[in-house]
Design a protein around this ligand. Structure first.
Ligand SMILES: [Zn+2]
Length: 328
């Protein structure tokens, strides 16, 4: 029996409808989720991604969703720059498919652990890869907002605190590595990556509004965590009390920082959760500034700074409040 082209298309559509209505769930982006990929099922065949710090876990969770299990090596509230893993934490990497660290000297403490993973596990240092690529601006892309990568200090590893660097550099890098580790999930990762990147544009717009019109835009920070954020949102990080790795500044340097901060009328000194605040406290007292604790790493146990969006909003709101406070 001959079937006309029109009838054949109709029958095919009926068949697709029948299959999708009895077995499949339609995912949030319209692609089908097979029963074995249901978010509710235990994922023995899921990719295991182990990260050094929680912000990277947040990004992987957004892109990988239910195809990926994630583990973070740094416990909440610890210093991301100088952590020592317990033997138990060291072995968390044994079954990992992908090992992700921020690099740039921030989380070198993780290297001994990563060395214990199986050979075929992919190992990625986000900062070092981003620095070697020096991404170009992407005018004309659907999410495009002017992004001049030549002004970014790629040696500062706190890249995750700028949503546009995350959108245009870090997310593509993670997506590409998830696909390399799990080629069958390519469409899934690409779809979630696109959705997430579009949300990051929204977050950027939101933060831009939040950080605008402040009575003061100047602050000191205990270390260069907020350099990228400040640059993105028109704030001025007048100085940092110490670099990522250095110990306390010598008295002459400290005295210069204090004089400069007094001259520029700095009213806020940022400290970092998990870091000692002794030096920052002394400086804040010397210049009569407010001491404000930030949490650039976030915490899955704290609803107000859980997930990537929560983490950025939490810190931006704290900074806005501190910079908005009445000046003496
Ligand atoms: Zn830091």
């Amino acid at each position: 029996m001959e079937i006309s082209k029109g009838k054949a298309v109709f029958l095919l559509l009926c068949l697709i409808f029948a299959v999708s209505s009895c077995g499949g769930l339609l995912g949030p982006l319209g692609f089908e989720i097979g029963p074995s990929e249901s978010p509710d099922e235990p994922g023995s065949d899921r990719l295991l991604v182990v990260t050094s710090i929680y912000p990277l876990t947040c990004l992987v969770d957004e892109i990988g969703t239910y195809r990926v299990d994630t583990q973070t090596l740094l416990p909440p509230g610890e210093n991301a720059h100088m952590h020592e893993l317990t033997p138990e934490q060291m072995t968390q990497v044994t079954d990992a498919d992908l090992l992700l660290r921020i690099g740039g000297g921030l989380d070198d403490w993780v290297l001994r652990s990563f060395a214990m993973a199986r050979d075929r596990a992919r190992r990625i240092s986000v900062t070092d890869t981003a620095r070697s690529r020096k991404p170009a601006a992407r005018p004309g892309s659907p999410d495009s907002i002017a992004f001049d990568s030549s002004t970014i200090d790629w040696s500062n590893p706190h890249l995750w605190l700028d949503p546009l660097i995350v959108r245009d550099v870090v997310v593509p890098l993670i997506t590409e590595n998830l696909i390399a580790a799990d080629p069958e999930g390519k469409e899934h990762y690409q779809a979630h990556s696109a959705r997430f990147r579009s949300q990051l544009t929204g977050l950027h717009e939101e933060l831009k509004r939040l950080m605008s019109g402040l009575p003061s835009e100047k602050f000191l920070s205990d270390h260069p965590a907020w350099t990228h954020f400040a640059q993105r949102y028109g704030l001025t990080q007048v100085d940092v009390l110490q670099t990522c790795t250095a110990s306390e500044p010598d008295p002459a340097t400290l005295s210069r920082i204090i004089d400069d901060a007094l001259e520029k009328d700095v009213s806020v000194v940022l400290t970092t959760r998990g870091h000692s605040d002794q030096l920052a406290r002394r400086v804040a007292e010397s210049i009569n500034a407010a001491l404000v604790e930030m949490d650039p790493i976030g915490d899955p146990g704290e609803p107000d700074r859980r997930g990537y969006f929560g983490l950025l909003r939490y810190n931006a709101t704290r900074l806005r409040r501190a910079l908005s406070a009445e000046q003496d």
